[in-house]
Design a protein around this ligand. Structure first.
Ligand code: IMP
Length: 505
């Protein structure tokens, strides 16, 4: 006979935190959001990789490319570069993040002398980059021939078919530095010559990096940035349970710091086989997360298989229709609470702490606080990050409002059927995600600052200065449908009719 859970499974919206005592010493400026990313013997050793903020970006083509990875690592979190692309292009994205090296950017928007003004304008629109190097082969690493910035062309006066070679600032007029120049030296050159960017070339005049004035400043301003021992940004990468024998070596070679199996349902032999393959070839040197699961048994299975962290959540994602198409899933709050208990039991038994990630369904900033209080070590977000300048998706005007495109990995648009592994060849498939728009929200930096302040304020209201303390002290209550009404603005005539949810998330 089928097993029935006595309680309905619940979502974040059905919970609130009841505040505790706040000592005068407990202020947001003192809150430390550091949290473990991968398994370790808690109490006996340091976690090999920790995050400085408990947020990671989703393994999705609309969310996590190398630009997002740099922006998020700058703030203290990590991105998982999407796996639904060729092995070469995923590895190249990882390599670009690692090559970014505290201000040294490998340009991914390169022009050739024959590129037209029209193509330059389109590229600028698409990538948001206004500084584009010109190389002989139109690629990073080619011989540097010049640079194009907005100051080099005037659309009102020039024909769109003008070739780059006719209006670029040519190599002989450029200030460049050679490979081996330190960031400090590069910055001095930038200031001395009043430049916005400085190309770094090798002995053969091939372009290696660009150093931007603002990047150096940003570097100094970001105390939480997530760096490896060589001061390179940390980056994660998504893999699947099919081509891991080829994909994993390429990603490891490119410098990925952590991998994650991207699948809608992780309680499967395919995930176990993938983890075992990694252990067989790399021992514990390569870190690998797995998932997604929604109950105790799923967690146990993946923890025993050796997963370094485990993602929780099926069907809660904003673009997800898994529950409608397959009837599987569980309310995200209930799933997080149960899996957190399983993690703690596993730790009691083995001394090994396997961090869990609540993945999907974060709508309001306070949902992150709830997930942490319920036991998540960190959260994965797709919709949240898709709204920012740094996400790879297009910014478009819809009915007079700027939107960003956002689509599920299981949508017909992504055709990422590899994450729905049931073995064998795929002959038939069906959608588990939709294609959508989300309101454009500006820069990641500005938004994340507000989100983190809200989380820290909530933690202080509960008397907590760290995530483990928050979890211990948190008092959670379920809400009734009428108290949800009471929780919003009510019985007043609103001046701004836009619902709060559309103004702020
Ligand atoms: P969001 O933050 O609510 O937008 O959820 C993002 C999460 O949804 C991702 O991290 C995935 O776990 C999940 N997801 C991504 N694409 C799909 C899909 O097409 N169908 C179902 N779930 C998806």
């Amino acid at each position: 006979m089928a097993f029935y859970y006595e309680e309905p499974s619940r979502t974040f919206n059905e919970y609130l935190l009841v505040p505790g005592h706040t000592p005068a010493s407990c202020i947001p400026a003192k809150v430390d959001l550091k949290t473990p990313l991968v398994r370790y013997r808690k109490g006996q050793e340091e976690c090999p990789i920790s995050l400085n903020i408990p947020m990671v970006s989703a393994i999705m083509a609309a969310v996590s490319d190398d630009h997002m990875a740099v922006a998020l690592a700058t703030e203290g979190g990590i991105s998982f570069i999407y796996g639904n692309q060729t092995i070469e292009s995923e590895a190249a994205m990882v390599a670009r993040v690692k090559a970014y090296k505290a201000g040294f950017v490998v340009s991914d928007t390169n022009l050739s002398p024959d590129t037209t003004l029209e193509e330059v304008v389109a590229l600028k629109e698409q990538t948001g980059h206004s500084t584009m190097p010109v190389t002989d082969n139109g690629q990073a690493g080619g011989k540097l021939l010049g640079i194009v910035t907005e100051r080099d062309y005037r659309l009102s006066r020039m024909s769109l078919d003008t070739k780059v070679s006719e209006f670029m600032t040519p190599r002989e007029n450029l200030v460049v530095a050679t490979e081996g120049t330190s960031l400090k030296e590069a910055n001095d050159i930038i200031w001395d010559h009043k430049l916005n960017s400085l190309p770094i070339v090798d002995a053969n005049d091939n372009l290696c990096y660009l150093v931007f004035r603002q990047d150096y400043d940003t570097h100094k301003e970001n105390p939480l940035e997530l760096l490896d021992n060589e001061k390179r940004y940390l980056v994660g990468a998504g893999i699947n349970s099919r081509d891991y024998a080829e994909r994993v070596p390429a990603l490891v070679e490119a410098g990925a710091d952590v991998l994650c199996i991207d699948s809608s349902e992780g309680y499967s032999d395919w995930q176990k086989m993938t983890i075992e393959w990694v252990r067989e070839h790399y021992g514990n040197d390569v870190k690998i997360g797995a998932g997604n699961v929604v109950d105790r048994e799923g967690f146990r299975f993946l923890a025993e298989a050796g997963a370094d962290f485990i993602k929780v959540g099926i069907g809660g994602g904003s673009i997800c229709i898994t529950r409608e198409t397959k009837g599987i899933g569980r309310g995200q709050a209930t799933a997080t609470i149960e899996v957190a208990k399983a993690r703690d039991e596993y730790f009691e038994e083995t001394g090994i702490y396997v961090p869990i990630c609540s993945d999907g369904g974060i709508v309001y900033d306070h949902h992150i606080s709830l997930a942490l209080a319920m036991g998540a070590d960190f959260v994965m977000l797709g919709r949240y990050f898709a709204r920012f300048d740094e996400s790879p998706s297009a910014k478009v005007m819809v009915n007079g409002t700027y939107m960003k495109e956002y689509w599920g990995e299981g949508s017909a648009r992504a055709r990422n059927w590899g994450r729905y592994d049931l073995g064998g060849k795929k002959s038939l498939s069906f959608e588990e995600g939709v294609d959508s728009y989300v309101p454009y929200a500006g820069s990641l930096k500005d938004n994340i600052a507000v989100t983190l302040l809200k989380i820290k304020s909530t933690m202080c209201n509960c008397g907590a200065l760290t995530i483990p303390e928050f979890r211990d002290k948190a008092k959670l209550t379920t809400v009734s449908s009428t108290s949800i009404v009471e929780g919003g603005a009510h019985d007043v005539l609103l001046k701004d009719k836009t619902p709060y949810a559309s103004r702020v998330r």
